[in-house]
Design a protein around this ligand. Structure first.
Ligand SMILES: CC(C)(COP(=O)(O)OP(=O)(O)OC[C@H]1O[C@@H](n2cnc3c(N)ncnc32)[C@H](O)[C@@H]1OP(=O)(O)O)[C@@H](O)C(=O)NCCC(=O)NCCS
Length: 180
């Protein structure tokens, strides 16, 4: 297997990122959701480009191709992509009391179950810890839940997304205490 490298994403990566993200949403959620729920989630997931502007979005590459991506945030937005988020430049969290956000985790369907999601999550936690945070949280999809559980996250609450054309998608808010 080709070795992987990681780097911080830039705006120039957006076309390639959007391609990988669309494939991950469509193909990797099929075992967890109905086709209608997958279609509904595609309208609310995706990438919040605030993460790229903040320099907190990672890319893992193999053979110079994006194998996975994901990021963290010191801002209050918990989930959603550019098409579903209305607040721009959302407020900054307090690292002493708030949980840093883990955001927009996607693995290219050709590279699943190789540890890429786990590696990106580790990079996010390390960066959040370096920024002074003591805990992390995300709004997990059902497809993401097994990864997060495997990495020590516990469920906080189960929610249903706001319906789109009558279709809601189950989500799980999950969190983890970061060790020093
Ligand atoms: C969730 C996602 C990022 C996982 O990526 P990944 O790179 O395949 O995950 P990893 O290889 O790092 O998995 C690490 C561990 O998580 C668990 N895991 C990950 N995917 C799993 C799955 N589909 N079923 C069961 N366990 C899974 C396993 O314990 C795995 O370890 P193992 O392979 O040694 O058994 C990927 O499936 C994805 O892009 N899904 C669609 C988009 C999405 O829903 N993202 C989450 C948004 S909150």
């Amino acid at each position: 297997m080709a070795p992987s490298t990681y780097r911080i994403a830039t705006i120039d990566d957006l076309p390639a990122l959007r391609h990988v993200i669309a494939r991950a949403i469509a193909e990797l959620q099929a075992d967890f959701l109905t086709p209608a729920q997958v279609a509904a989630s595609a309208l609310t997931m995706g990438l919040d480009t605030q993460l790229i502007r903040d320099g907190t979005y990672f890319i893992i590459e193999r053979d110079a191709q994006i194998a996975g991506c994901g990021g963290w945030s010191f801002r209050s937005t918990l989930y959603g992509g550019d098409d579903s988020i209305v607040t721009r430049e959302p407020e900054q969290l307090n690292p002493a009391t708030d949980a840093a956000r883990v955001r927009a985790m996607y693995t290219h369907p050709d590279h699943t179950r190789c540890g890429i999601g786990r590696q990106i999550l580790g990079l996010c936690e390390e960066a959040a810890r370096a920024a002074g945070f003591h805990k992390t949280e995300m709004m997990a999809t059902l497809a993401g839940e097994p990864l997060y559980r495997a990495c020590g996250y516990l469920p906080i609450e189960q929610v249903m997304s706001a319906p789109i054309d009558g279709i809601s998608v189950p989500l799980i808010r999950m969190g983890k205490q970061l060790t020093a």
